[in-house]
Design a protein around this ligand. Sequence first.
Ligand SMILES: Cc1ncc(COP(=O)(O)O)c(C=O)c1O
Length: 383
Amino acid sequence: MKIFFNPTPSSVRASSQSEIDEAFQFHKSLPGYRPAPLISLDNVAKALGVRQLFIKDEGKRFGLKAFKSLGASYAVYRILKDRSGGSLRPEEFLTERGLSLAGDATFCCATDGNHGRAVAWIAKLLERPAVVFMPQGTVTARIEAIESEGAKVIVVKGGYDEAVKSAAEREKEKNVVVVADVGYPGYLKIPRYIQEGYLTIFQETSNQLKKRGEEAPDILFIQSGVGALAAAAALFFPDAEKGPALVSVEPTGSACLLHSAEMSDDNPHSVESGGQTIMAGLNCETPSLTAWPPIRDRFNAFISIDDTFAVEAMRLLAREGIVSGESGAAGLAALLAIQRERPDLMGKYLFIKSDSRILLINTESDTDPEGYERIVAKCSAEV
Ligand SMILES: Cc1ncc(COP(=O)(O)O)c(C=O)c1O
C-alpha cells in the first residue's frame, strides 16, 4: 500500500446547484429510478475504530450492477439536448422527441465493463445500436453483459488506453457518437457531462443523511479509474476547508492518479499498466483530462492498494449483506490497508480519527459473478 498526501489541497470551482438539480431530475425521470441505499456499517466502524462508516450501495442502480449508468445516460441526454438547441427537457428524453433527436446515431465507447454496459443500455432505450471496445483479457461475463443489452463488443489488442483509441477512431464514421468517460485532447465536453451525471450519487447521499438527521461525512474514499467519479466528488464538495477530506483509491499496478500527484508538475501522467489486478474497473493507465484538474487541486490523499485488500473487503461486505465486486469494495479495502500497514495514520489526532465519519461508495455488485462466487464462497467456507 502506498499513500501520498497532497501538500496543498485547495478549493475548486463548484458545480452549480442548477447543474446538480438537472442531473438529478433527469435520473428521476428514467424508468426504474430508485435512490441507491445508504447503509450504516456499524460493526465494521467499530472494528476499524471510527465513529461512523456509511456505504452508498450503487450495486443495483437501474438493474445494471454499477453506478456508471448515471454518467452515460446523462451524457447522452445532454448530447440530445445540445442537438435540440438546449430545449429538450429530461422527461422528453425517452419520448418521440428524444428518439427523433437521436436520429441515426450509433453510440460508441471504450470500457472495462461497466461504462460500456451503461452506454449499451441507454442506446437500447433510444432504440439505437451501440459498439463497445474492451481491453484484452476482459472476462467473458463482462462481455456478455454488454452484449445482452444488444451492443456489439470488440476486444482490442491492448489495455484501456488502446480501447479508448479504437473508439475515438470510430468518431470519423458517419453518425457515430462517441460517449467516452475519459477526456483527451480535442474531446472534453462529453466526459464533463458524464462527471455531472455522477453528481446524483452525492445529492442523493446528502438528502439521505439530512433525512436521518446525520451529519455530513468528514472523509470520503473514492475508487478511481480515469477519475470521472472522483472529479464529481470534487465538484460536489469543492471547499477544501469545509471538507470532507477526499481520498482516491487505485490498484497498485495502475495508479495513474497517485503517480500524477507524486510528479507534482500539475500535469496528468500515464502509467504502464501490468493489467494484473482483479479491480478491473480501476485498471486505467491515463487520467481523464477533464477529471485531473479538480482532483489534483481538491483531493487530500492518493492511495494505491494490492488486490488482497479488495478480496478481504468483498468478504467483509458480504458478511454485512452487501454484494460488492472487486472495484466496488476498493474504498473499504483502502481503509483495511491503512489499518494494517499504516496504523500510524489512525488515532485521535491523525488522518483517520476515532471520531471520523467516513463515506464509502460500493460502485458495483457482482459484475463478474463467477469471480465474485470464487472469492466470497471461499469466505463462507472459512467462517
Ligand atoms: C465499479 C467501478 N468503480 C469505479 C470506477 C472508477 O470510475 P472512474 O473511471 O470514473 O474513475 C469504475 C470505472 O469503470 C468502475 O467500473
